[in-house]
Design a protein around this ligand. Structure first.
Ligand SMILES: [Fe+2]
Ligand SMILES: [Fe+2]
Length: 284
């Protein structure tokens, strides 16, 4: 893969299975017109086997690096392990595709890398025991469907821990010359980044909408490397906002509407600057 990315188009939660063909075509044409060096997708591409189909279509039509993580919907109809295994295999087969969860870091320029992980709403923030939220995940992802509800909390915690451990390792492996890190993930790592209609989430939803253990890893990394800028890109809530946790730790959460497709931002990358500009392009 080339290692000088100046402009990346960021898309989150496209839920392609809800978009009509003409909407997809208009969105795809706009992406081609913007002509980014790569396209980054922060999860919830579709559901089940359609995820691989959609990625193949994108690889063919856009013909440039497509860097992605998966969201909870992408695991619907299968187990977590099978989904990941299938998409790892696909990414090895299709040169344009990079599944960031299965990848160390992507060099964007001399000082900047991109890392990523699916993340998971990990039941560590908010009030899991008191929550009445029951996501479709529990019926549609095989791991949860085939386990009794009393195990769900520990399973969520384990998924969040795996995500946090993988990101911690990727951050530890970075050389000191890296002063900017883009971190792509599906689930917001902080309650402060978990937006809904301009407000952040409450205790009822937070267990399923925050990957708290990943947040802890990011806080520690940002504290230990004050001269390195950490810019997090995530989705999952379908409502956008920006949360500044530290001078060197900022989280951008992207928006989505079922049935329409958006280009959330164009990310401009220089050796001392990462800038997001919002084209606000929604189709239709
Ligand atoms: Fe979504
Ligand atoms: Fe999601």
């Amino acid at each position: 893969m080339k290692s000088n990315f100046r402009r990346i188009a960021w898309v989150t939660d496209p839920h392609f299975d809800h978009a009509k063909l003409d909407v997809w075509q208009a969105w795809n044409e706009k992406l081609l017109e913007l002509d980014p060096d790569a396209v980054l997708i922060t999860g919830d591409l579709s559901e089940g086997d359609d995820v691989a189909y959609q990625l193949r279509c994108l690889a063919e039509s856009l013909d440039r690096p497509i860097l992605f993580v998966l969201g909870n919907h992408d695991f619907y109809g299968k187990s977590i392990a099978t989904t990941r295994r299938d998409l790892i295999a696909l990414s090895r087969d299709v040169p344009q595709l990079t599944y960031l969860t299965d990848h160390q870091s992507v060099s964007l320029n001399r000082t900047t890398v991109l890392i990523g992980d699916d993340g998971w709403g990990d039941a560590t923030v908010g009030d899991y025991a008191g929550s009445n939220v029951r996501l479709n995940d529990f019926q549609l992802i095989e791991d949860f469907r085939t386990s009794s509800p009393e195990h769900w909390q520990s399973m969520l915690i384990a998924e969040g821990k795996s995500a946090a451990d993988r990101i911690a390792q990727k951050l530890r492996d970075l050389p000191a010359t890296i002063t900017q890190v883009l971190i792509a993930t599906h689930v917001p790592p902080f309650r402060e980044a978990c937006w809904y209609e301009g407000k952040t989430t409450d205790d009822n939803w937070a267990p399923f909408f925050v990957c708290g253990q990943l947040g802890e890893v990011l806080q520690t990394a940002a504290a230990e490397s004050p001269d390195r800028r950490h810019t997090v890109l995530c989705g999952h809530t379908h409502h956008d906002g920006i949360a500044k946790l530290r001078d060197n730790l900022v989280v951008h959460t992207g928006a989505s509407v079922y049935g329409s497709l958006e280009i959330e931002s164009v990310i401009s990358i220089e050796e001392t600057l990462i800038e997001l500009s919002r084209p606000s392009l929604r189709f239709p």
